[in-house]
Design a protein around this ligand. Structure first.
Ligand code: FAD
Length: 465
């Protein structure tokens, strides 16, 4: 397997441009085909979600390619969740009891542009825009493209093809439609969709509400969130059912209804959003879904990565981080020195799929947590206890959120199993009085640790590990 081999990457989004950069650094000949124009030259919307929560698994990948110093200036630290109740009262719930653990708000466009520029610094990486992949012949290792500039179709030949073309992947469709091998595929839609809105900057680029937090207006049946941008604005996202409940996307059809809805449930947000009605009717409403499939590869010819392999709902803020971690994990397998792509792809998928399945499930759990549980007294009590454990015993305890978000050296599946066991232990013991929040913290930690190990042992016996 020589480095002179021609690698084709379909899709120059977040995962594809990072993969191109890493394979370029490793010396492969890389061609990337992207359906959209070059976002550094043409003012195009970055697509869905203008800004994203960027955390330790993403940071690890940026370190791998040596560009973290260029990424950090694009970041705004978000130290916790700023919870807004219906009356407009707020409380800041930190993400971790350890001061140095927080997430960041980052511009999708800014980060994608940086990755493209860094990838193109390598002579052996060539990125072509306005080229849409129509299908992939995974047996011949060729892909059919439509060139939006010349309006012609062409076939690109490669030694190996990576598809990082997002949730609607052309390669995944070709696997499915090709019916040449057993390909499992599921796509589950959430009852809720989302719409992006905005809080514009205040005077001289000031922030109209607290800058360093992820704001949440959780209302059980729906929720609003806001993440800060560098220019003083916030990108606000409304998550709402398409057709259930008194207010839903299908029946919010007039200015009056939209204002009535926001007056009733998000009054303090509405005061910051004089532009609400324009945003609401100009911006699209989009669905949210989870994609799982297998296998990700066909022999040693083609491989799905990023959202193309495992699109998830956005409630853990991990889709991009997981897609970046794909590249880190793939790179680890390359380091093992296997002699053929098929072994590399098989090893990668065997290592990785359990983790991307886990984060998909955790993201669905977090949908319910963010909408409502964060407001419940027993959830808050559990969080307070966990914060205290993390603060006073930083090396002995990490909550589920911390394990997933700040513990880049354990896989999502292990984080999920341990995190769920801890949650169960604490909630059960708070309910039956075994744990009292006012008791000595050390003895409470001991009780939680023992009970967590018991639950993990039961899980093991039940075959969960
Ligand atoms: P994409 O970013 O979708 O990139 C795919 C690329 O392929 C695009 O450039 C596209 O133009 C191109 N392409 C598509 N089809 C073709 C084709 N046929 N031919 C050629 N090119 C093609 N993740 C987080 O980590 N944190 C968050 O806070 C977060 N928030 C989110 C909020 C929302 C509302 C949504 C929807 C997602 C969020 N995510 C978040 C998830 C994150 O956006 C994705 O996981 C991430 O973008 C995946 O990167 P990707 O490169 O695999 O796919």
């Amino acid at each position: 397997m020589t480095k002179q081999q021609n690698i084709l990457i379909i899709g120059a989004g977040l995962c594809g441009s990072l993969l191109a950069l890493r394979l370029g650094q490793r010396g492969y000949n890389v061609t990337v085909m992207e359906k959209r124009p070059d976002m550094r030259k043409v003012d195009i919307s970055a697509g869905r979600s203008i800004n994203l929560a960027f955390s330790d698994r993403g940071i690890k990948a940026m370190n791998l390619v040596g560009i973290l110093d260029k990424v950090m200036p694009l970041c705004i630290p978000m130290k916790g969740r700023m919870l807004h109740d219906v009356e407009g009262n707020t409380v800041l719930a930190p993400y971790s009891g350890r001061e140095n653990e927080y997430i960041n708000s980052i511009s999708r466009g800014g980060l994608n542009e940086l990755l493209l520029t860094e990838a193109e610094k390598h002579d052996n990486v060539n990125i072509h825009f306005n080229k849409k992949c129509l299908s992939v012949d995974f047996e011949k290792t060729t892909a059919l493209f439509k060139d939006y500039d010349t309006k012609k179709e062409f076939i690109e030949d490669a030694d190996v093809i990576f598809a990082t073309d997002g949730a609607g992947s052309a390669l995944r469709k070709s696997y499915y439609l090709g019916k040449k091998f057993l390909f499992s595929f599921s796509q589950d839609w959430l009852s809720h969709g989302y719409k992006e809105l905005s809080i514009l900057p205040g005077e001289n680029g000031s922030y109209k509400t607290f800058k360093n937090a992820l704001h949440i207006w959780g209302r059980e049946a729906f929720m609003l969130i806001a993440l800060p941008n560098l220019d003083g604005s916030f990108t606000v996202t409304l998550f709402l059912s398409f057709d259930e409940g008194e207010y839903n996307f299908n029946n919010l059809t007039t200015k009056e209804r939209v204002l009535e809805f926001f007056e009733k449930y998000f009054k303090d947000a509405l005061e910051l959003m004089p532009n609400l009605v324009e945003d609401f009717f100009e911006n699209p409403t989009s669905p949210l879904g989870t994609v799982k499939c297998s296998p990700w590869h066909y022999k040693g010819n083609t491989l799905l990565m990023g959202d193309a392999a495992h699109a998830i709902v956005p409630f853990y803020g991990q889709g991009m981080n997981a897609s970046f971690e794909d590249v880190t994990e793939f790179d680890k397998v390359l380091d093992e020195g296997h002699q053929d792509w098929e072994t590399i792809f098989k090893t990668y998928e065997a290592n990785r799929k359990k983790d991307t399945d886990a984060i998909a499930d955790l993201a669905i759990d977090n949908f319910y947590e963010m909408k409502g549980h964060v407001n419940h007294p027993n959830f808050r009590e559990k969080r307070n206890l966990e914060m205290a454990f993390e603060k006073d015993f930083p090396n002995e305890y990490s909550s589920k959120y911390s394990l997933v978000t700040f513990n880049e050296n354990i896989g999502y599946r292990d984080a999920m199993l341990r995190g769920r066991a801890q949650d169960k232990a604490i909630l059960n013991m708070l309910a039956d009085g075994t744990l009292n929040i006012n008791d000595d913290l050390k003895s409470n930690l001991e009780k939680v640790t023992i009970e967590t190990e018991n639950i993990l042992e039961d899980d093991r016996i039940a075959g969960l590990k």
